[in-house]
Design a protein around this ligand. Structure first.
Ligand code: C5P
Length: 240
């Protein structure tokens, strides 16, 4: 059975719900349209609001990316992936550094669920650099390490990775058209960078090969979030 959410909508935009509580998140969600975007729930909101909140978003017809970046022994990660899949989420993720066996167990778990969400992996966190990799015992060049972990992700049968839009062309070239690339660090032209430094516009990110764009503050902090979302949809050639 295909993911029911995938059948309904095919928006490329994932709005990051970086909120501390359900009320603030819902205030924004109630202004958005599930035909135009999906939603990302991360560790802060999930820890504060729990699985019921995710189910609430799913009931509102939004595709939900549950961004919990699981990383543990294979059995534990597989069980967590089953629990997440049973919430009806559209996408979820694990850390590729958990290894091949862990990712294979996770993929098998999501494939055994009726909803079969898209499973992707985080390669190297963008908060890390060459020096921080060295601190944890990795001597490999950072880009090579990203490529190695993306290759392991593909080998494990996962659908793709989270990456910077600036890495998207390289990953697209190496891993083919079917590999799903989810890219944060997106800023429409003439909007605030906030704390992001290496940003790419929505249409450039797609032209570099991104499959989905994670966008937070340009939409969540806009005076009119729906209008900001619609402008981005138009910029990337979508219909509203
Ligand atoms: O508000 P903004 O568009 O910067 O939000 C980007 C979202 O993507 C946040 O939820 C942030 O945690 C996430 N993210 C990121 N860079 C990464 C991975 C995730 O900005 N490398």
């Amino acid at each position: 059975m295909t993911n029911p959410v995938q059948k309904i909508h095919d928006s490329k935009i994932i709005v990051a719900l970086d909120y501390a509580d359900a009320n603030s998140a819902l205030k924004l969600v109630n202004q958005l349209d599930p035909n135009l975007c999906r939603l990302k729930v991360g560790k802060e909101l999930f820890t504060a609001t729990g699985p019921q909140f995710v189910e609430q978003l799913v009931k509102k017809d939004f595709g939900v990316f549950l961004d919990l970046k699981f990383h543990d022994i294979p059995n534990t990660v597989a069980k967590a992936c089953t629990a997440a899949s049973n919430l009806g989420v559209w996408m979820l993720n694990v850390h590729a550094s958990g290894g091949l066996e862990m990712m294979q167990a996770a993929q098998q778990a999501v494939q055994s669920c009726d909803t079969k969400p898209i499973l992707i992996a985080v390669t190297v966190l963008t908060s890390m650099n060459q020096a921080s990799l060295k601190q944890i015992g990795i001597q490999t060049d950072l880009t090579t390490h990203v490529l190695n972990l993306a290759a392991l992700t593909k080998q494990a049968g996962l659908s793709g990775v989270v990456c910077s839009a600036m890495e998207a062309s390289l990953l697209r070239k190496n891993f083919g058209q079917d590999f799903c690339l989810v890219t944060p660090g997106i800023r429409p032209a003439n909007t605030s960078l906030d704390d992001q430094s290496r940003v790419v516009t929505p249409s450039d990110a797609l032209s570099y090969g991104a499959s989905y764009l994670v966008i937070g503050r340009p939409i969540t902090k806009a005076e009119n979030p729906l209008q900001a979302l619609e402008l981005i949809v138009k910029e990337i050639g979508g219909s509203i």
